[in-house]
Design a protein around this ligand. Structure first.
Ligand code: SF4
Ligand code: SF4
Length: 329
């Protein structure tokens, strides 16, 4: 069974994806998974060639069949999310079906109000897919349709297979999509005989991060010596401790604040995490990004730092097994 290393950061902008891309380049036996599904950007550095696209379906949305709707308004009255709104011309109560009249949830006045709206529509952005409207509709004019919230892809890169995803605009359930990406990465690892999965985790400490950490073998926290970096490092470290996950940290741009770097490292050691190393501030990192390269594919001094961190990470005990015999380039 393959091992999973998840690179997380607590906050965005610490260099997590640059480190992940370099790790991906430094191993020849890994499947890469981009679980930062809300703002995926690992593809910018690894230039994947998409081999397979798949819809990501999650949740439901309500659709009113206009031809069957009698305009009783029960759906709007019961929707707790204000997702139903009236539309169309006013109508006469005489056109109400007996079913609508007998089960009117708005009261007799509403059922016989000649000024009531004739049709209703659903704002699909506001709709939470709870299904209450479909339950109360007296003529069963509402369908609950499964939502396509995005897509996930299996690709080839110069570093090996990569599973990544794109969440739709305003779409939810990113934690579920993270689980899909991880499970497909495991499948790709099994089918391709790979013994390592490198995961670019989401920022923060919420549902998508938890979904990317559960069942992993090692978390690598990339942080930076700033007030916000230290604060969010503490939060994400508490999360990996909660899951009893072996954890290593590395501090990016450590030389912009050596004092804070030492404080963060001391805090990590106290909490039982390993300090894998430091990455110096290096303008060549941005130059590498502009060339769509991982830092270790250039002569950047920061690349040498990342190589040392990679060696340290590979020497760590992961989960219940032994260190991985991964080749270092
Ligand atoms: S499914 Fe729920 S949230 Fe959506 S329109 Fe119906 S009642 Fe409102
Ligand atoms: S409850 Fe059904 S019939 Fe009544 S307005 Fe809504 S969709 Fe139309």
């Amino acid at each position: 069974m393959s091992k999973e290393i998840v690179i997380i950061s607590g906050k965005g902008g610490t260099g997590k994806t640059s480190v992940t891309a370099s790790f991906a380049v430094l191993t020849e036996q890994a499947v890469i998974a981009d679980c930062d599904v809300d703002a995926a950007d690992l593809h910018l550095l690894l230039s994947p060639k998409v081999m397979q696209r798949n819809d990501f379906k999650s949740g439901y949305e309500a659709i009113i069949r206009e031809a069957d709707c009698t305009g009783c308004g029960a759906c709007m009255a019961h929707c707790r999310f204000d997702a139903v709104f009236p539309t169309g011309e006013k109508d006469s109560a005489e056109k109400l079906s007996p079913a609508c009249k007998s089960s009117c949830h708005l009261g007799t006045d509403a059922a016989t109000d000649v000024n009531r709206p004739r049709k209703y529509q659903i704002d699909l952005i506001a709709c939470e897919g709870c299904g209450v409207c479909a339950q109360v509709c007296p003529v069963k004019a509402i369908d609950m349709q499964e939502c396509v919230c995005g897509e996930w892809m299996l690709s080839e890169t110069r570093c090996g297979p990569m599973v990544h995803a794109r969440l739709g605009i305003a779409a939810e359930n990113s934690g579920k999509l993270v689980s899909v990406v991880r499970s497909e990465a495991r499948r790709a690892a099994k089918e391709g005989g790979k013994n390592l999965i490198i995961v670019d985790g989401p920022p923060g400490i919420g549902c998508p991060v938890i979904a990317s950490l559960s069942g992993a073998d090692l978390a690598v926290i990339v942080t930076e010596p700033s007030t916000a970096g230290e604060h969010d490092f503490e939060r994400v470290l508490a999360l990996t401790k909660h899951f009893n996950l072996p954890t290593a940290i590395c501090i990016n741009k450590w030389d912009i604040n050596p004092t804070l770097t030492e404080r963060i490292e001391a805090r990590a050691r106290t909490a039982g995490a390993e300090v894998a190393g430091r990455i110096r501030y290096d303008a060549a990192v941005t130059a590498a990004q502009l060339q769509a390269k991982a830092v270790v594919e250039t002569t950047a001094a920061a690349g040498a730092d990342i190589r040392e961190i990679w060696k340290f990470v590979m020497s760590m005990q992961m989960g219940t097994g032994s260190p991985l015999p991964i080749l270092n380039r």
